[in-house]
Ligand binder design. Structure first.
Ligand code: GLN
Ligand code: ZN
Length: 795
């Protein structure tokens, strides 16, 4: 079935490249455009310039300009949004943004991402188990698909005009539908998001209607002379609610249609990678359907067995041997060995004959651009790292070695081995003191007294009213706070001045909370730039970068810390700030820590030991902090784990082991707390289905969760699962600037009181307040306190 005349795929390629710009140029121009400081023409010109310099850069690094080894995967905001717009899947509430040809201009595109007035944007959610967020397409039984946009073609033509034959990258049809949200009837303009879908409907039901649009897209690329197209199908590496057989059947059907409705060269050759995990069972399905190349993630997934390889027919195997998710130099020897093992299962000379190619495990969108830019980083640490550009070189070195070319590759291999050696010989990477302490943690260290016994003891010391009110920790980060932090960092504000400024802010926040009548106060977290980075900066074993930005969503970027060595806490981190806040008031003040799993999830983590071991070290450092807070008289300590669910493995078989170590890490951190100390945790989401047992196993006394938007939907579910601990379902949606009325909040509190025993129910916002403004927060909290009082009076 495979077309023998398919052009050869290059021996080395990458699945994607960062697109925010090495100095976050795209972020700046897009935000300037949003703010009305620049014209559309400027924005487009600068984006085109960035794409041009990116193509040049990749050619300079060694990717060939003429063989489709350079992906064209630019996006102004998000690749899933681009797919939705390309396929015409624009929800009717945005219909007014379409021109008479049904096309969306760039401002309209941004409106889908950001909303406008009463028109809610598309929802946003995590892209697989990464910290990147995509916009969720809304697909209903009547969504009309059509090729509504030519951005994919334009990107290809732009490269071609400049002599670079790129490989267009598009989210594949099965992944597109699996990532979409099912909706029902959708009403036009301004209306709230669509109604619920009909029972049993899933977007995958619409596959047949979607495929012709992909066929048309492929034709347009074929006509333009694109030799290859990359249709990403990461969803095939995930266990969905939809049965696996159905997912695989959809993949087979989809690619059979795409491969045969048009034939080469009327369409480009199809390269379908399945990044982010293993999907051994999907590869033969894709090959059988007739795609010219399949891609697999050799970093997260196992190498397919010889039996599977034997089923791949003529399909080219593109092996993701260089980690697209992490920043460590690849162990080239080990990666080459895996590739050779893979090659052994393929016909003789597979690599030389172009049947086996080398790539990255995922797009490089999850890593920063260039280690060379990190001038301030310790040179030794820097020498261990590979960002996107270095990873391109690694892919090239592996391809050269695999195809038998000597020379350049052996040099790269030698350097890689040297650097790895230096890394593992560094005394900070393996600290016996840390390891001894972790090894000494026994079952009794992670076990607290019975919940009932704790609850009784805490009720006595804390003496809180029923339905106690509190917040999740942060208060608005005002420009004064940011500027004080920046001046302190730049050395323009002395340590004393900085401390005084933060203390003044803490005092203000404490007074405000007293005045509002909240029951459990917080210090407001003014000193924290970021809930993970703040801790990383004060723990040994972590380093921060200067330019290591990665896209989180849209123009939002984060700069993950690098967890490179064994972790230890040289000194208390939060104790002084918390103690100071507590000294200002008679009300209880809640201490605030970021949990071990979240610290791991939002950092680049060492790859030389299982994450479970790293998590235990971080947890131990936090355990010391909990003990110190308790000793300082802090009676309530919250350990946030908003990323607990984010790291949940994509395949069900790996989930129990993950939940085991992540729960244990939380308990290492918190179980040191005495009977009377109340441990809280905060989880940023409201979908628990698969993790309720794990949340229960965290053994926290109180768990706050997001619940306002979903109107407490999660509570009956928690109740049914027998969850009988303190719970604080959010009653104020902090993701929106809207200030809810007292009635609205009271209604939500009332709803919550229907499924949670009043002794266990807390009243709090959905999440921290740092992104909100005081104009919103003050009235909202005032109403929250009043609403709690109203419901309390009815008890
Ligand atoms: N304590 C943190 C805050 O309030 C929690 C943030 C989060 O859950 N993402 O900001
Ligand atoms: Zn949160």
């Amino acid at each position: 079935m495979t077309d023998r005349t398919a052009p050869q795929l290059p021996a080395a390629t990458i699945l994607g490249y960062p697109r925010i710009g090495p100095l976050r140029e795209l972020k700046r121009v897009v935000e300037a455009f949003w703010a009305g400081h620049s014209e559309l023409d400027d924005l487009e010109a600068q984006a085109a310039e960035q794409r041009r310099s990116q193509r040049t850069r990749l050619v300079d690094l060694g990717l060939a300009p003429d063989d489709a080894s350079i992906p064209s995967d630019f996006s102004y905001y998000d690749q899933v949004l681009d797919a939705a717009v390309t396929l015409g899947a624009v929800p009717p509430r945005f219909a007014h943004l379409l021109d008479e040809d049904g096309a969306l201009d760039l401002p309209g595109y941004f409106t889908l991402a950001r909303g406008e007035g009463d028109v809610a944007p598309l929802e946003m959610t995590k892209w697989f188990d990464t910290n990147y967020h995509y916009l969720v397409p809304e697909i209903g039984p009547r969504t009309e698909f059509r090729l509504a946009d030519d951005r994919v073609l334009r990107l290809f033509l732009e490269g071609a005009t400049e002599g670079v034959t790129t490989r267009p990258v598009v989210v594949g049809p099965v992944t597109f539908l699996l990532l979409s949200k099912a909706v029902g009837e959708q009403h036009g303009e301004g209306a709230a998001p669509a109604t619920a879908p009909p029972a049993g409907f899933t977007p995958l039901d619409r596959l047949e209607d979607l495929l012709p649009v992909y066929v048309e897209l492929l034709r347009s690329l074929g006509r333009a002379g694109a030799p290859w197209v990359q249709l990403d199908e990461p969803a095939l590496a995930v266990d969905w609610d939809v049965p696996r057989e159905r997912v695989l059947a959809a993949a087979e059907r989809a690619y059979a249609v795409l491969a045969t409705e048009t034939t080469r060269p009327e369409r480009p050759a199809l390269f379908v990678p399945v990044p982010y995990g293993s999907a051994e069972d999907a590869l033969p399905v894709l090959a059988r359907a007739g795609v010219e190349a399949v891609g697999l993630d050799l970093v997260r997934g196992a190498a397919p067995s010889p039996e599977v390889l034997a089923q791949l027919g003529d399909a080219v195997v593109v092996a993701g041997a260089v980690d697209g998710r992490n920043v460590w130099r690849t162990d080239l020897d080990a990666a080459l060995a895996r590739l050779q093992e893979l090659e052994a299962g393929l016909p003789d000379g597979a690599a030389r004959d172009g049947r086996l190619c080398v790539t990255t495990s995922t797009s490089l969108q999850h890593v920063p651009y260039d280690v060379g830019a990190e001038r301030a980083l310790d040179p030794q640490l820097r020498s261990w790292l590979a960002f996107a550009d270095q990873k391109v070189e690694e892919v090239l070195a592996l391809a050269t070695a695999l195809t038998g070319g000597p020379g350049a590759a052996s040099e790269a291999f030698r350097t890689a081995a040297d650097r790895r050696r230096s890394r593992f010989e560094h005394p900070g990477v393996r600290r016996e003191d840390v390891r001894r302490r972790v090894a000494a943690i026994g079952e009794e260290d992670v076990t607290r007294a019975d919940f009932a016994e704790r609850a009784a003891a805490q009720a006595e010391v804390l003496d809180l009213p029923p339905l106690p009110t509190t917040t999740i920790g942060s208060f608005p980060q005002t420009s004064e706070i940011r500027s004080a932090r920046a001046r302190h960092r730049a050395g323009d504000l002395s340590e004393e001045e900085y401390t005084a400024a933060m203390r003044a802010e803490i005092e203000r926040v404490v007074r405000l909370q007293e005045e509002l009548g909240l029951d459990v106060l917080v210090h407001g977290e003014p000193e924290r730039n970021d809930m993970v980075q703040y801790f990383a900066e004060q723990l040994e074993g972590f380093a921060a970068t200067e330019h290591g930005w990665v896209q989180s969503y849209g123009t939002r970027c984060t700069r993950p810390s690098i967890l490179w060595g064994d972790v230890a806490r040289p000194a208390p981190i939060t104790v002084e700030w918390t103690r100071y806040a507590a000294s200002l008031t008679d009300k209880p003040v809640k201490g605030m820590l970021t949990g071990p799993v979240t610290i791991l999830a939002w950092s680049f983590v060492r790859d030389d030991q299982p994450p479970a071991d790293t998590a235990a070290q971080v947890a131990l450092a936090l355990r010391e902090e909990v003990a110190d807070l308790e000793a300082a008289g802090i009676g309530i300590i919250q350990v946030d784990e908003p990323a607990l669910r984010e790291l949940l493995p994509l395949r069900a078989e790996h989930r129990p082991a993950y939940l085991d170590w992540s729960v244990r890490a939380f308990r290492i951190a918190t179980a040191v707390a005495g009977l009377r100390t109340q441990v809280h945790t905060h989880l940023c989401y409201s979908e628990f289905g698969d993790v309720i047992d794990a949340i229960d196993a965290l053994d926290a006394d109180v768990t706050s969760i997001e619940a306002a938007r979903s109107r407490m939907e999660v509570l009956p579910e928690l109740h049914a699962a027998g969850f009988a601990r303190g719970v604080g379902p959010g009653v104020y949606d902090i993701h929106s600037p809207r200030v809810p009325s007292e009635d609205e909040v009271a209604e939500l509190v009332g709803l919550a009181a229907e499924s949670v025993h009043p002794r266990l129910l807390w009243v709090n916002p959905d999440c921290g307040l740092k992104t909100r403004r005081y104009e919103e927060v003050e009235p909202a909290l005032r109403r929250l306190v009043a609403a709690a009082g109203r419901v309390r009076a009815r008890l």
